[in-house]
Design a protein around this ligand. Structure first.
Ligand SMILES: Cc1ncc(COP(=O)(O)O)c(C=O)c1O
Length: 396
């Protein structure tokens, strides 16, 4: 059977444009950009071109691009690096330990990076989310103060596809936590939303190539040009303005920029491409499973600005996600259950707990994550496969 891959939030297949850029860079710019010969200079030029292209594609003119290896690494540099940089200012403001505020359903790479700061004397507090997974301004406001060194909230959640109102949260943070840096994990949202990175106004923003059709092993931390500079996690040769030592992944960067540019072109053509596909898939799934329960924001105009679009998580009552996943795979439909971002994806989702998703449905959630280019026929195939999976499930 023909495979329809709907697990883009775990990782996306490389776009042809990214593969072309990777191959071209590997042939013409394989040298070390730090080498003094002409080939090194070529590689250096290509790396800077990729930096500028990435900035343009994501609308990040106010930011410098620091290349990293993974989204996880960007979250560490943004969270730990900035908290450590801002610690003295937060300490001067209060006699109590400096505080770090983390969104309730951050990806483990942010959550663990933040929690680990406790070992260094920071006090970590969790910003609660609502039942759709949104971090509302009202939840953040009471936690703010001059002793806060860092705030971290992701733009989009990887399991639910919920968006938080980052620009509003950043403005609030600036007002009420003047010594704090604001870090945003945009690994899922970047390249999938028409809003620019500039419009968020955060101090640092983590993104990763492999979630948008670039290649794994290349990612970036975007740092606001007139914002604070994190203390580096990796020191050594002083690459990336001393913020991330290690020989630069020139070909990965070229592929990343090419992928981001394709995402920009798609969004320019139709800013709602992901939302439209999600709406269509949800409509078709409801026709065959009227009792399904959406995890996160369901739909409707009032929730429109809370929905990323490329992710749809739904529980099918009375089923087990693992079994359903395999039944769907037999029909060629490849999707996810919970989060593939934890190493094995078998523990019960902390995110479903945090949004108080009904206990009896927590093992019944499938995550369909879209490329945005699926046809109506593709999505109709999903509904048909689901219908037969539900039928055979009932026979088990
Ligand atoms: C929201 C979010 N943040 C961070 C990451 C980590 O990115 P990486 O696996 O590239 O380190 C992921 C996915 O893995 C993610 O979905």
């Amino acid at each position: 059977v023909e495979i329809l891959y709907l697990d883009h939030a775990a990782t996306a297949p490389p776009l042809p444009e990214a593969l072309d850029a990777f191959l071209a860079a590997s042939q013409t710019a394989f040298a070390n950009p730090g080498s003094l010969h002409g080939l090194g200079a070529n590689a250096g030029r290509l790396l800077e071109q990729a930096r500028a292209d990435l900035q343009r594609a994501l609308g990040a003119r106010d930011y410098r691009v620091i290349w990293t290896g993974t989204g996880t690494e960007g979250n560490h540099l943004g969270i730990q690096g900035l908290a450590r940089r801002l610690r003295p200012a937060a300490e001067r403001a209060s006699k109590t330990p400096p505080r770090v505020l983390l969104g309730a359903i951050e990806h483990p790479s942010s959550m663990q990076a933040g929690l680990a700061l406790q070992d260094q004397g920071f006090q970590v507090e969790i910003i609660p989310c609502d039942q759709s997974g949104v971090i509302q301004a009202d939840a953040l406001r009471p936690l703010l103060g001059p002793d806060v060194a860092l705030i971290s909230v992701h733009w989009a959640n990887n399991e639910l596809g919920t968006l938080s109102p980052i620009a509003e949260l950043v403005r609030l943070g600036r007002q009420l936590a003047p010594n704090a840096a604001f870090h945003v994990d945009a690994v899922q949202a970047a390249g999938k939303r028409p809003e620019s990175i500039d419009s968020l106004g955060a101090d640092s923003v983590a993104i990763a190539a492999h979630k948008m059709g670039g290649l794994r092993g290349c990612a970036a931390l975007l740092l606001r040009k007139d914002g604070p500079t994190p203390l580096p996690m990796f020191i050594g040769g002083g690459h990336e303005q001393g913020l991330r030592s290690g020989t630069e992944n020139v070909m990965g960067a070229a592929a990343f920029a090419a992928a981001a540019n394709q995402r920009r072109l798609r969004l320019r053509q139709n800013p709602r491409c992901y939302l439209d596909r999600r709406d269509q898939l949800l409509k078709l799934l409801r026709e065959v499973a009227p009792d399904l329960v959406v995890a996160g924001p369901s739909s409707g105009p009032d929730q429109g600005d809370q929905i990323l679009g490329s992710i749809l998580s739904v529980a099918f009552p009375g089923t087990r996600a693992e079994t359903m996943l395999h039944l769907l795979e037999v029909e060629g439909i490849v999707c996810g259950s919970g989060s593939a971002c934890s190493a094995h994806g078998h523990t019960e989702s902390a995110i479903l707990q945090a949004i108080q998703f009904p206990t009896e449905l927590r093992n019944s959630v499938l995550r369909f994550s879209l490329d945005g280019s699926e046809s109506n026929d593709d999505l109709a195939r999903v509904a048909k496969a689901l219908q037969s999976a539900l039928a055979s499930f009932q026979r088990i």
